[in-house]
Write a protein that binds this ligand. Structure first.
Ligand code: ATP
Ligand code: MG
Length: 323
């Protein structure tokens, strides 16, 4: 684990936004800036952190953690499905194949949990026993494991809207995807989830739930965006799972819930002005992202401190991209 002083110094160098020239058409997501040209997408993972569907600020090294963790998983899962990764010219940058993104997000959940109104637990405790076409057993407690992981796709939010969980039937009925395609997305998602769960279990971690995005390239399904990162997935520590479940206490989490929980404690739930996030909270959040990287990949995190913009431009130039 890198010293806290390194994280603290990096607060002054976080990568908030990029405005690179000559790399293609710029697209800005909540976390990533993309540059698209000639069938390629250069994805710069910034240090922006989002929660409640809003950008809340920047966390040192978060972009590097996310980009390198996604790269780790793309390599591990190549045998299951093709993915968009072509090259990693910089710790914060992935050169990808540009795909036509499918209009659904592929969510897989292994545990009956969550705190928001979109969570499976919220629906379950209000008496619902069918979630996105999955019949759920009676008598489950919060955080209990499902008999097997369930596929709960959601439609991508339109501007300002929140994602909506739907069944496969509903996706076909709305004409979003064909039956064959959504069945394929389900099959692949469950296979990715099984592999991910197995690998993190070796590190003493539980993959609780996750979201995949897919695109199409020449009619072929391709895994895009990110995979099994703390932004797209929930992770718990396995060693304390049973004991905490039995006591009805919160699980020990390794994910971006830390900042979300802190904000909720300040009374912020997505609406109104953002509370000021103290440095100590950002540093602890960074520490957790880095810890997540090391726990999940089983490899030490090699932090690349200092100014990121200049470094990224230089690496892209050397790789033959840019002006
Ligand atoms: N290979 C790819 N081809 C096309 N689009 C891609 C590819 N990889 C990722 N994307 C898209 O690039 C964007 C990445 O940015 P970011 O993750 O910041 O978005 P976001 O604000 O989280 O939005 P979303 O909710 O759609 O993920 C996403 O919209 C994602 O769908
Ligand atoms: Mg995203």
């Amino acid at each position: 684990m890198i010293p806290e002083s390194v994280i603290k110094e990096q607060l002054a160098h976080v990568l908030e936004t990029t405005r690179f020239e000559g790399l293609g058409e710029r697209h800005e997501g909540k976390v990533r800036d993309s540059y698209v040209r000639h069938g390629k997408r250069i994805i710069v993972t910034t240090d922006r952190v989002s929660a409640f569907d809003r950008v809340l600020g920047c966390i040192p090294f978060k972009g590097q953690v996310l980009n390198q963790m996604a790269a780790f998983w793309f390599a591990k899962t190549e045998g299951i499905v093709r993915n968009h990764m072509l090259a990693l010219p910089d710790p914060n940058v992935m050169v990808c194949r540009e795909c036509e993104a499918l209009p659904v997000e592929a969510v897989v959940r292994a545990y009956n949990t969550g705190s928001t109104t979109t969570s499976v637990w919220h629906h379950y405790k209000n008496g619902e026993r069918n979630f996105c076409g999955n019949v759920l057993p009676d008598g489950m407690r919060k955080d209990e494991r499902f008999p097997r992981p369930i596929f709960t796709p959601s439609t991508k939010a339109q501007m300002g809207d929140h994602d909506e969980s739907v069944s496969k039937d509903e996706i076909v009925r709305r004409g979003l995807l064909t039956r064959e395609r959504i069945d394929e997305v389900e099959r692949v998602s469950l296979a990715l989830f099984a592999l991910g769960s197995r690998l993190v279990a070796e590190q003493g971690i539980i993959l609780v739930d996750t979201k995949y995005e897919f695109g199409l390239l020449d009619g072929e399904l391709v895994l895009i965006d990110e995979i099994h990162t703390p932004d797209s997935s929930r992770f718990w520590h396995a060693d304390t799972y049973e004991e905490l479940l039995a006591r009805g206490e919160e699980q020990r989490k390794i994910d971006k819930e830390y900042l979300r929980t802190w904000l909720a404690q300040q009374g912020f739930r997505g609406e109104g002005p953002l509370p000021h996030i103290p440095d100590a909270i950002k540093i602890e959040s960074a520490r957790r992202y880095i810890e997540a990287y090391e726990l999940i990949t089983g490899e030490p995190f090699s932090a690349q401190p200092g100014d990121l913009t200049g470094r990224i431009l230089e690496h892209l130039r050397r790789a033959g991209h840019g002006a």
